[in-house]
Ligand binder design. Sequence first.
Ligand SMILES: Cc1ncc(COP(=O)(O)O)c(C=O)c1O
Length: 396
Amino acid sequence: MTSKALDTFLNENLADLKAHGLYNEIDPVQGANGAKISINGKQLINLSSNNYLGLATDERLKQVAKAAVESHGVGAGAVRTINGTLNLHIELEQKLAEFKGTEAVISYQSGFNCNMAAISAVMDKNDAILSDELNHASIIDGCRLSRAKVIRFGHSDMEDLRQKAKEAVESGLYNKVMVITDGVFSMDGDVAKLPEIVEIAEEFDLITYVDDAHGSGVLGKGAGTVKHFGLQDKVDLQMGTLSKAIGVIGGYVAGKANLIDWLKVRSRPFLFSTAVSPADAAASKKAVEILMESTELHDKLWENGNYLKAGLKKLGFNIGDSETPITPCIIGDEKAAQEFSTRLADAGVYAKSIVFPTVPKGTGRVRNMPTAAHTKEMLDEAIAAYEKVGKEMGLI
Ligand SMILES: Cc1ncc(COP(=O)(O)O)c(C=O)c1O
């Protein structure tokens, strides 16, 4: 017999989420996740992915992935510390270190794992972490796992950060204090104030950690938010993902050689979980090479982002204060945001609604992510759909 308590818990909570418009229906996608996607047999313009540069379907990546399957098989076989480490993982890490301008890099199975791994390997219960209140869930969970005291500061509020850093350091309660922030905030598209954060970190000897999941491939001519501000020598840990702009799967932490040596012996997802497949490692390395050779995809991404933003703003939508191609359309009410998204899909545009807990309550939105793979025609079609549905719903 299965647990009645579990059934009651699940049924009550699922019903509650559905009643409040907070239950996310997941759409099955037939075929590749490109500029257009097929859902329930209908072709839609896809404005929901993080495939910023269109590399998820790039022919050059597919070719190296196929070759890696032929030469290395489909799986890594075991945890890297137990069964040796594939040359493909080492080559990927060397390429990433070159790209990031750091001494070394360690790769993980996902961006989420990076934050679980690195934060908890470096910080412990005798430490404190100053964390931006809008930081990603994986940072929040990584902080919890470390058992350090978490001190939240107001979103990009540098006065608040300075005050809390001062209090934490002067309290004498902690061995080490870290400041941690997203490089680019994924739901709003704003960029962390890294020059000020680094200045405060220098004043109080804080460890600096930047999660650049949404900055890599997008800012700093592709090398990320830290490079964008020229701060490669001033940030201790730069985390990045291989699943968004890079188009594949996995994540990495870049930093000094001693940091990476430590993570290789003390971070649990590296020690107790098998690495990404040979095809993933080879395709990710190829993507980094493409970014290092040319800014063509990066430039196209920005051109498309600026075009979509201008179009939606002109229609009268609230697109927030994004500084990157991420283009939110903030509706507010969760149910209205979900209805807007459903109606956009009927009109041919796949732009998913984002509601609590991914964003704060009352800030429901449709998040648009134009990529380098979109054409102007696709974006014009999307803007026309926004106009039609926005007027029908009285939003503009
Ligand atoms: C800021 C941030 N960090 C980490 C992650 C996790 O990355 P991944 O999808 O590679 O696990 C995400 C993904 O949404 C993210 O937005």
